[in-house]
Design a protein around this ligand. Structure first.
Ligand code: NI
Length: 191
């Protein structure tokens, strides 16, 4: 087991499309999975994609709670470390409905920053687990968001590239000042 170095925005490995994993049971892949889990837990992340640890392979891990939780700051997703861990190899995403919603995201490869990112609210994803067995699930809310974020890493996409308003890209240290867009509208009393 080892804690791996995490690539940061600007490193070419984060821009390149990752290659399919031919044999999930290969000892090299099994060691990568173990090291990625250790690295994600150490870094306090909700998910990690292999390119983030400098391996251009289509493999992601994530922990997603069954229900979406909202934190002390509106729009901030709260990560539950007791949520089940999923290993997803060669993932495919199918969008189930056109509805999208904005949610606050961060990324271990974009340290110190958070941004409001639109994501599909309802998806189905499939792939292989760490034993090479098929996985197929429907996901909504935070679960769907994490999967879309992690799978984007396999296509060389970081969350700021999905943002529609870079005015909503902020430093983590300023989260406490962050206002939801609808709360920044002048209230009737102020008019
Ligand atoms: Ni990320």
């Amino acid at each position: 087991m080892a804690i791996l170095k995490i690539a940061k925005m600007g490193h070419p490995v984060l821009r390149a499309p990752a290659r399919a994993v031919e044999d999930p049971t290969h000892p090299r892949i099994q060691k990568l999975i173990r090291d990625m889990v250790e690295t994600m837990v150490d870094a306090d992340g909700a998910g990690l994609a292999a390119p983030q640890v400098h391996v251009p392979a289509r493999l992601v891990i994530f922990q997603a709670p069954p229900e979406r939780a909202t934190g002390p700051v509106d729009g901030e997703e709260v990560f539950d470390h007791t949520a089940p861990l999923t290993v997803l190899i060669n993932p495919e995403i199918e969008v189930l409905g056109e509805e999208r919603e904005l949610g606050m995201e961060g990324c271990l490869s974009v340290p110190g920053l958070r941004g409001m990112v639109p994501r599909y609210t309802h998806i189905r994803y499939s792939g292989l687990n760490e034993k090479g067995e098929p996985v197929a699930r429907e996901a909504r809310g935070f679960h769907a968001r994490v999967v879309q974020h992690e799978c984007d890493h396999l296509d060389g996409i970081l969350f700021p590239q999905r943002m529609e308003d870079l005015g909503q890209l902020i430093f983590e240290s300023e989260l406490k000042h962050y206002l939801q867009p609808d709360e920044s509208e002048p209230s009737e009393a102020a008019e």
